[in-house]
Write a protein that binds this ligand. Sequence first.
Ligand code: NAD
Length: 499
Amino acid sequence: MSNNLKHIINGKKISGHSKTLFDIFNPATGELIRQMQGASAEDVKLAVESAKEAFPAWSNVPPSKRAQVMFNYRELLLTHVDELATLISEEHGKTLADAKGEVLRGVEVVEFCTAINNHLKSDFTANVSDGIDSYNMRQAMGVCAGITPFNFPAMVPMWMYPVAIACGNTFVLKLSEKDPSCGLRLTELIEEAGLPAGVLNTVVGDKEAVDEILHNPDISAVSFVGSTAVGEYIYQEGSKHNKRVQALCGAKNHMIVMPDASMDQACDAIIGAAYGSAGERCMAVSVVVTIGDETADRLIEQLEPMVRALKIGKFDDEGVEMGPVISQESKDRILTYIEQGQAQGAVLKIDGRGEVAREGYFVGGCVFDKVTPDMSIYTDEIFGPVLSIVRVASYAEALELIDAHEYGNGATIFTRDGDTARHFAMNVQVGMAGINVPIPVPVAMHSFGGWKRSLFGSTSIHGMEGVRFYTRLKTVTTRWPSGIREGAQFHFESGKDAS
Ligand code: NAD
């Protein structure tokens, strides 16, 4: 066990000064593998000062040169992908293939940022009035900050800082204290790629560090990804302190299975989306809504042996498909939900609690049938490998269920019918909709974000929404001395004749 993780501020590795020493475990064994002294409010202040100092020079670097750092970074990330994936798996528990997949999803955001000069290209209108031209520019906000969750320790930070930095901002990144090693290594690599010291400052801390970010007057914008309870606080507190805030939060993603769906496709999709990463994904499918009892029975018959056959184990075990959950606390929470589901009358078709006896934080794949909307396993985000099947009589009823849920991150439908699929896409009340795909996670050039209590703020993350979030619009109107002299004007100029 080593206690050598350090915060990275102004290009230097620095020990934290908060009173909290974070224990970092290997969730597959429960072994304490690393420790890290958390960042205090003073440490975060230092990170903000460093970012503030770096801002004038960095924001004046031409976008094409900022893009060059992103090209170099992309190459380094690809060279180090195995090392990064191992760091994620050791601390998070997800399989190596899954960890590699998340790094590569992050690389796609970096690739989007290599074209930042194109994304920042703006509008110009010649001669808006006699001799007057007008143009827009999108300028960097200043110091931005990101607060990230444990479940994607590489991809979610990379949803944020590459876009912010490519737009000319400097950044303070506050990683999750549960699995910070990969995020710290990502920071070292971007500096190796040519990013000047102080442009990205990475700290690991808890509420003390977060509150400093929310209150510090030198931070202009805050991106948060995590649970709804914390996200709502961050949105309200950050907005109160006049920051632009986007808070992407919890989810309960539904999959509708229509009677005409390909059951093979639907079951394959459920296995990956409900049990991949042990269900610890904000885009996990945690509810399957079947239309008609016959559809439900067919689905369960086909799904049951697949769930029972899931290969559960340590991230680098041969053929492993699902790892442990992040912590003993998470495991206990999931077990409590399973007990509640049974007590509230759902039918536990597959009980994954047989895996609980292993060392580490394992819970096997569970399936509940005959779940109703009043049960806590339906209303709450469990964030574990527990799938609920809700039986309804019609598509309209299924859509009403999704619309009534407090979360609105993603939803998907499996059907062969184009009319139903189109109606679903047009009417479902979520931010990300899928048709015959398991997890409708938008790729890097599109943007990611939910509706309702899955996102506070008005802007989704990465893609062009990300560019808009990390920049502000300026419109410039110009006239030159050779233009027509009109004398003093006491009314607004307009193209129309006011007389
Ligand atoms: P979390 O809310 O516990 O933690 C997220 C971040 O907030 C961490 O950096 C943590 O240190 C900090 N934090 C925790 N408690 C805090 C407090 N009281 N005050 C201030 N800061 C605090 O979330 P988590 O458990 O790390 O991640 C899982 C959650 O994230 C799930 O709800 C999941 O749905 C959500 N998530 C959402 C998305 C999305 O895009 N919508 C993506 C990934 C994860």
